[in-house]
Design a protein around this ligand. Structure first.
Ligand code: NAP
Length: 171
């Protein structure tokens, strides 16, 4: 079943597929954090409980749908969903209220795995490094998507690695 509102995955991944280490982002990329803010601003975001723990607070200008199987959890500043279908339904209602035409799916790996078969867009940041880590972006069928945007950035004071922004849309 596809969501009533289109899904867009937002993820930064290293050349080896790593997205996290010790429940944190394994790099410092300020330019990518700005892009994350721009891509998610004014939208509902679906995220997993470990990702929520890693961020540690609700992000301004967005609504968070937090996925957890724990019952009775109601963290300040998040809407709790206990299944993928519930998360999509909740995020769709929030999108309508916010005037957003998209739901952002912002990880981690467990949530990306749920969203990948249904996502309409992928906003990738390909980090040009073989970063050690313990969480990988799930495998997906790259042939189902076509590239619409690509922009390379070099490492610098704000960004510890070079990286490329890549947008993909479902064919
Ligand atoms: N590079 C990036 O762009 C990026 C983005 C996001 C996150 N990350 C990184 O990814 C790592 C976290 O990813 P992760 O895969 O370990 O965890 P996660 O996907 O953030 O969260 C997993 C949790 O989500 C809940 N969950 C998963 N499937 C569910 C379902 N079907 N129904 C209800 N709840 C469900 C469970 O919470 P409960 O255990 O509470 O039941 C599960 O333990 C961190 O290192 C983080 O920094 C990286």
């Amino acid at each position: 079943m596809t969501a009533a509102v289109p899904l867009a995955i937002v993820v930064a991944l290293a050349e080896n597929g790593v997205i996290g280490r010790d429940n944190a982002l394994p790099w410092r990329l300020r330019t990518d954090l700005r892009r994350f803010r721009d891509l998610t601003w004014g939208k509902p975001m679906i995220m997993g409980r470990r990702c929520w723990d890693a961020i540690g607070r609700p992000l301004p200008g967005r609504e968070t749908v937090l996925m957890t199987r724990s019952r009775g959890v109601s963290p300040m500043g998040a809407h709790v969903a206990s299944s993928w279908e519930e998360a999509k339904a909740l995020a769709s209602r929030l999108a309508a209220g916010m005037g957003s035409e998209e739901i952002a799916v912002v990880g981690g790996a467990e949530i990306y795995r749920l969203a990948l078969p249904e996502t309409d867009r992928l906003h990738l940041t390909r980090v040009h490094d073989e970063t050690p880590g313990d969480v990988l972006f799930p495998a997906y069928d790259a042939g189902s998507f076509r590239e619409t945007f690509r922009e390379r950035h070099e490492a610098g004071e704000a960004d510890e690695h070079a990286f490329t922004f890549i947008d993909l849309v479902r064919r």
